[in-house]
Design a protein around this ligand. Sequence first.
Ligand code: FUL
Length: 462
Amino acid sequence: MTISRREFLATAAAAIASSALPTAASATISTRPRPTPQQLAWQRDELALFVHFGVNTFTDREWGDGTENPAIFNPTELDPRQWARAARAAGARALILTAKHHDGFCLWPSAVTQHSVAASPWRGGHGDVVREFTDACRAEGLRAGLYLSPWDRNARVYGDSPRYNDFYCAQLTELLTRYGALNEMWFDGANGEGPNGRRQVYDWPRIHALVRRLQPAAVMFSDAGPDVRWCGNEDGVAGDPNWSTIDPDSVPYPGASGAGVIAALQHGHPAGTVWQPAECDVSIRPGWFHHAAEDAQVKSVAALTELWFSSVGRNAKLLLNVPPTRNGLMHATDVARLSAWQTARNDIFAEDFAAGKRVNWRSTGVHSAVGEIDLGRSVSAGLVRLEEDIAHGQRIARYAVYGATDTGWHELTRGTTIGYRKLDRIGATPLHKLRVVIEDALDARRPLRIGIYRGLPLSEKA
Ligand code: FUL
């Protein structure tokens, strides 16, 4: 369920109109939400790879039911260094591994369950995928995050809420204390029935407090944050507009549903009281886990580039899933696609025509301004990049971009929010000057960073 762009803009405009805009005197002291240093670092990573791996890899399923025999887990060539190198070649700065998916099978030897790698033949039952994964991330200079599914279809105590919460927090403590610094903990919203027919009530305040205490530098993801929110779909598409601020009551708990929830996740809210930027999770293949039958359905470089524009280009972070195969390696097709994609992005952003050029800012009001750049020559431009310094919050509510061509000034693009980054593709246009108009800001406007590129990849390798 989503609302139309027109409806959203009407709601946002009403919220902006009714919110107390700062007066000129108060404008310099902003009370708008800002990111924590952890949220800022998380967003600056721009791209992380998601790694779905576990018993489903061996059963060819997407959701295990918890009855899988650990004996099936035997990835004979497992090499998380290969995953990490592939991530680096894609330009990712972090990886997130499914330490436990809904089937309850733990990729580390958990002391509170038998259902783990310790009961598998892999490395004679002495292996630890989480250890090899976190070591590999560090060796390749990448940050590591872990997914610990709250829904556990193997745990007998699931549905007996206090007992399962103890069990879950024990597993979480193992992950938070054994593997060094983690940068993200990923909590999905799935919540099925327990074997006893009872529905588990998760103790989110306790879970959050545990992560804060044991890994204060990590951000926590879920539909409902608290640090990072889901973008509302698994297609890698953030909303436009996409505010990093949200009203926490609009998504009260992970897995909450209802008409307004998806719209809130997609768009955030200009008057939101908390900073909770959006993360776009999507798989490079149809499934989250590897299925040989999908080997010919790996997303093309063009499709991956579209995802870049609809996520990072809309003030979100991209979490791209690349599932290892049964042998424990990422598939050669996926690995090749990742590096070809990075080459294509390098082509797109190869030359910033505005680099080193002075932006002449002229104030037109507390909440508006005009910035002009003389490019010094006529360039054929197809892409505009705008960025706010989000350390000071997200302020821009409406902007327009104009280009000076031989026939005078023409509007190239216009939009609403900017945030960390807004990428707007424009029809290839020869222009020699660029003008960015901040038409409205929710607080004293600040200068933007502006880039302008040719925009089309030189080589499309897949
Ligand atoms: C969902 C899960 O049910 C899917 O299997 C997958 O892990 C996705 C990223 O999150 O909640």
